[in-house]
Write a protein that binds this ligand. Structure first.
Ligand SMILES: Cc1cc2nc3c(=O)[nH]c(=O)nc-3n(C[C@H](O)[C@H](O)[C@H](O)COP(=O)(O)OP(=O)(O)OC[C@H]3O[C@@H](n4cnc5c(N)ncnc54)[C@H](O)[C@@H]3O)c2cc1C
Length: 401
């Protein structure tokens, strides 16, 4: 009767919350544990692709996100002086999705929506301030230990889902290889309310440059005027104090659009970027989802989206097993989502970064000319948008047997 024990989820980020919502929708008992005392509120992802919006719609999440999110129909590739190189319009996809745009909304505005909907369910147990410390599997389930303030709590689960982020204690506890590499450079992320749209910038732009490529996108913040967020690479040998010094950050923004007066800078931080995928997303009764299973650079906005895709795929298969189908469905989850991650997310995010940062001017010119040719041909542009919006990769991965 182990399957009547609850499913325990470690991590109340967007992936863990989505797993909880999707499992509860299928009547499965869920207990959710989150290490932090409340939802985290740091500067992270903020761009949602059409399939992700479609997946979250049945839960009422997508409608709620539209109340404050920014619809971004066009995205651009520019160079460092800021000149437009190519523009893509998601309107070309309006026959394949009800959401032919990217929706920009900060990750920390998504998770409260998910939590609020989850809390309406009286049968779901949500525990903040509980850090997963260890677990042990046997034939019946998984015994999981969480540390709370001062004491430990042990719970027996039918399945354990590790949705506990890039440093996942669940993944480490499984001793699963986290295959891939870490980029040598650090990324700086800065935010400003300065309106780049007045210079023709779309709300999402990638900036190609051999020295200082960048990614610029607008998020809603607390409401108009919103914030523009710029990410760019920096030397990892320098300290955060130096990299985030006001004059350094100011100079980076002035190199993008010289304004002749100081930018109003609201947030700034550095972070390290990895390209890694766990060797398996399943080991016995323990499953990995979201950043716990895979990490990628932010060019393309795939990280958070693929965590939601994991949650939906996993919950569907776990529910089917719960209701009587064979357990090897969970291996299929691992195969399908690893395939989507490796062939789509890793491949595209690495290629995007390499195109933006290419140091050989001739090679970069060729790559950018290819993108211009794609943008100028509606059939090719449509295929490019199906790929970059995660639609075709998701379809291919879901066909994996
Ligand atoms: C600094 C930064 C910037 C980013 N920028 C972008 C971006 O611009 N675009 C993009 O697409 N993606 C970006 N990402 C990636 C994106 O934010 C992630 O893909 C997304 O957060 C994945 O969600 P998740 O729920 O899987 O993991 P997380 O959001 O990391 O959530 C994991 C949760 O688990 C909790 N937890 C951790 N350990 C334990 C434990 N032992 N026990 C219990 N709970 C635990 C954490 O507190 C957290 O709440 C960024 C990530 C970082 C770190």
């Amino acid at each position: 009767m182990s399957d009547r024990l609850p499913v325990v989820i470690a991590g109340a980020g967007p992936t863990g919350l989505m797993c909880a919502l999707a499992l509860r929708k299928q009547g499965i008992p869920v207990v959710l544990f989150e290490a932090e005392p409340a939802l985290t509120h740091d500067l992270r992802a903020g761009s949602f692709h059409p399939p992700t919006l479609e997946m979250m719609a049945p839960y009422g999440i997508t409608d709620k996100m539209h109340e404050t999110g920014l619809k971004v129909q066009r995205w651009q590739i520019r160079n460092r002086p800021g000149d437009l190189i190519a523009e893509f319009n998601l309107d070309l996809l309006k026959d394949v999705t009800p959401y032919p745009y990217r929706l920009h909304l900060e990750q920390h505005r998504l998770t409260p929506i998910q939590l609020e909907i989850l809390r309406r369910d009286p049968d779901v147990e949500i525990n903040f301030g509980h850090t997963l410390k260890g677990f042990a599997q046997d034939a019946d389930g998984v015994t999981v230990t969480f540390g709370t303030s001062g004491t430990d709590r042990t719970i027996k689960a039918s399945w354990l889902i590790g949705a506990d982020g890039g440093r996942s204690a669940v993944r480490k506890g499984l001793d699963v290889e986290f295959e891939g590499f870490t980029w040598p450079e650090l990324f700086v992320v800065v935010s400003t309310p300065y309106d780049f749209a007045q210079h023709g910038f779309a709300l999402n732009c990638y900036i190609a440059d051999p020295v200082e490529w960048g990614a610029l996108f607008k998020v809603p913040d607390d409401g108009p005027p919103g914030l523009w967020r710029l990410a760019y690479p920096v030397n990892p040998d320098e300290s955060d104090e130096v990299l985030l010094a006001p004059e350094r950050v100011e100079a980076a923004l002035q190199r993008l659009v010289p304004t002749g007066k100081p930018y109003d800078i609201r947030y700034k931080s550095t972070y390290r970027v990895h390209q890694r995928v766990a060797a398996s997303f399943r080991s016995g009764r323990v499953l990995l989802a979201g950043d716990a299973g895979h990490l990628n650079n932010p060019l393309g906005g795939f990280g958070l989206n693929s965590g939601i895709h994991d949650a939906i795929n996993l919950s569907d298969k776990l529910a089917r097993h719960w209701h009587g189908e064979p357990e090897d469905l969970l291996d299929l989850y691992s195969r399908q989502r690893r395939s989507a991650t490796i062939e789509q997310v890793q491949a595209m995010s690495i290629r995007n970064k390499q195109t933006m940062e290419e140091r050989d001017p001739a090679v970069q010119r060729t790559r950018l000319e290819e993108l211009v040719a794609i943008a100028n041909d509606p059939a090719k542009a449509r295929q490019h948008l199906l790929n970059t919006s995660m639609i075709s990769g998701l379809k291919r991965a879901n066909e994996v047997k």
